[in-house]
Ligand binder design. Structure first.
Ligand SMILES: CC(C)(COP(=O)(O)OP(=O)(O)OC[C@H]1O[C@@H](n2cnc3c(N)ncnc32)[C@H](O)[C@@H]1OP(=O)(O)O)[C@@H](O)C(=O)NCCC(=O)NCCS
Length: 241
């Protein structure tokens, strides 16, 4: 992580001059970060970005660099970079990076601050050996200008349209987070690789409704995750077993 910190350049340019970039990792700056993210995403008083995207919460430190742009001492923009690996179907692992939690205070928008910060994080990712940088977002124009290519779209299918021709399941249905859900996610053979260091943020999704079944021996058998607060409302987005 130290090496990552040293990679952060010092400034971004904006209309009123240069603004400093620093890493956010202490408790004091976390409060400012949480507030900036909530304000930028236009959340209501009871919704909090970091509750729904704990992966970008600096307290979990899962190979994440949380960059902040400061106007004197005020945090006015942020973006996160996570170094990770992609598990390929043939068993190989590709070093990748993920960018997320990109936000600029509404007062400072349109001055290319988010663009410069994202571009800089991409440079760090490349220096660290990432073969690709991924992000999920709807600002296709903004990210397109930075070289990102659209590789997929989220498809939402109503469960009401599916036919159920399977035998009814006889099992105990439980709700709430269960540690074995993370253990199952660790064993996935494809997609972004997780490790034990990811347990903290993975277990801290406050607004995912987990539903699972267990075997007669009390072991987790199957699970789904529904909704994620401000995101994926009413949608099953995680499942396994
Ligand atoms: C998206 C966001 C980070 C851009 O910040 P910024 O510092 O103003 O960005 P830049 O000045 O570098 O780039 C501005 C470009 O962003 C795009 N953009 C900004 N807000 C947008 C929005 N709500 N929807 C789509 N595109 C948007 C525009 O293409 C704009 O291009 P233009 O300069 O040609 O008009 C900022 O609007 C924000 O915080 N939005 C809310 C949080 C969010 O949606 N984050 C992205 C999650 S991946």
């Amino acid at each position: 992580m130290e090496a990552l910190e040293r990679s952060l350049k010092q400034t971004v340019k904006c209309g009123s001059g240069d603004l400093s970039i620093r890493e956010i990792h202490d408790r004091h700056h976390r409060v400012a970060l949480a507030s900036l993210l909530d304000r930028s995403f236009g959340l209501s008083e009871n919704s909090h970005f970091l509750d729904d995207f704990p992966i970008w919460d600096p307290i979990y430190g899962a190979r994440v660099i949380r960059a902040g742009v400061f106007d004197r001492e005020e945090l006015i923009a942020t973006a996160g970079l996570r170094l990770s690996e992609w598990k390929l179907a043939n068993g190989e692992r590709l070093p990748i990076a993920v960018i997320g939690g990109v936000a600029t205070d509404p007062r400072f928008r349109g001055q290319h601050i988010a663009s410069q910060l994202t571009e800089h994080l991409c440079t760090i990712a490349k220096e660290k050996g990432a073969a690709a940088v991924l992000l999920w977002g709807s600002q296709h124009e903004l990210y397109g200008r930075l070289g990102f290519k659209l590789t997929g779209k989220q498809l939402r299918v109503s469960l009401g349209q599916l036919t159920t021709e399977c035998e009814p399941l006889v099992a105990q249905i439980r709700t709430g987070y269960h540690l074995s859900i993370f253990e199952q996610a660790l064993r996935r053979t494809e997609g972004i690789a997780l490790s034990n260091r990811d347990m903290g943020w993975y277990s801290s999704h406050r607004n995912v409704r987990w539903v699972w079944t267990e075997t007669e021996q009390g072991q987790l058998q199957s699970y789904i995750g529904i909704g994620r607060g401000i995101d994926l409302t009413g949608i099953i987005h995680e499942w396994g077993g």
